[in-house]
Design a protein around this ligand. Structure first.
Ligand code: CP
Ligand code: NVA
Length: 292
């Protein structure tokens, strides 16, 4: 049974198939989800992920059902285990955004049908797939790229570091705070082409094809990390160190003035709107992969 809790649930073939489906121009008119009922659970806020899944499911002729956990008997005394098991009596797939990755694993155990992680505290695989598609669209290939990530070691970075195993020679340099690195290094011990740095490194930035960042403080964070990460803000000084063809990426939502300045996110190197737009076709590619 297919699932997408983390990028590591995919093999090279799955990943390449998803990108091929995303790229398939005829795909827009396919009805891969006819008769499929898909539950959407969002425990946390979402603009892009929720709407792109909803619209994508409509375009593929499927049905989605917004499941509000607070309206279920889970809110009274029914367990997660029983709730997910009962949901699998009615729903074909589950798309689940949660504040606790363990709930996704629990859902996978009891729902017994395909589940997609729509972001957890640990990872954001749908974002990573979509971003690889955006990089491919922009550079013609996802191989031999230098990606510089500036800021927090969070769910979006985790999935980015997982997804680059499917590329050839693409490298990620992570510029982050040492304390944050020490807290996260075991979780991020992914065996790929990755280096960590704790200072702004002009040499590395000058080789970047892509500067990528995300909010310094994520939805799950209890503490504000602004003071730890402020020196890793992506501003014009950083962008001016990069080459002519470099791009700026951010999964959004952005906290302007924190991890990125307004002139950068609205500037000519920013491809954040393309990134957001591509979420729709990427979700459809993921759903097609799940349904065949
Ligand atoms: N990038 C992303 O997942 O955005 P949302 O939180 O708005 O879904
Ligand atoms: N790291 C962010 C991503 C939002 C799409 C968060 O978890 O809040």
């Amino acid at each position: 049974m297919k699932k997408l809790l983390n990028i590591s649930d995919l093999n090279q073939n799955d990943f390449e198939n998803i990108l091929k489906f995303v790229d398939d121009l005829n795909f827009q008119s396919e009805n891969n989800l006819t008769d499929k009922n898909i539950g959407l659970i969002f425990e946390k806020n979402s603009t892009r992920t929720r709407l792109s899944f909803q619209v994508g499911i409509n375009q593929l002729n499927g049905n989605y059902i917004d499941v509000r956990l607070e309206e279920l008997n889970l809110n009274r005394f029914e367990s997660y285990e029983d709730t997910f098991e009962i949901m699998s009596c009615y729903l074909d797939y589950l798309i689940f955004r949660t504040n606790d990755h363990k709930k996704l694993e629990l859902a996978h155990k009891y729902f017994k049908k395909p589940i997609i992680n729509a972001l957890s505290d640990l990872s954001h695989p749908c974002q990573a797939i979509s971003d690889m598609y955006t990089l491919k669209e922009n550079f013609g290939s996802i191989d031999n790229l230098n990606i510089v990530w500036m800021g927090d070691m969070n769910n979006v970075l985790f999935s980015l570091l997982e997804v680059i195993v499917f590329t050839k020679n693409t490298k990620v340099d992570v510029l982050t705070n040492e304390k944050i690195y020490l807290q996260n290094k075991d979780k991020f011990n992914l065996n790929t082409n990755i280096d960590f740095h704790f200072e702004i490194n002009q040499d590395i930035i000058s080789k970047a094809d892509c500067i990528m960042t995300d909010v310094f403080t994520s939805m799950n964070d209890k503490e504000d990390k602004e003071s730890l990460l402020s020196k890793f803000q992506v501003n014009n000084k950083i962008i001016s160190m990069t080459g002519e063809k470099s791009v700026f990426m951010h999964c959004l939502p952005a906290k302007i003035g924190s991890e990125v300045t307004e002139d950068v996110i609205k500037g000519k190197k920013s491809i954040v709107l393309t990134q957001a737009r591509n979420r729709l076709i990427a979700q459809k590619g993921i759903l097609k992969w799940l349904s065949i």
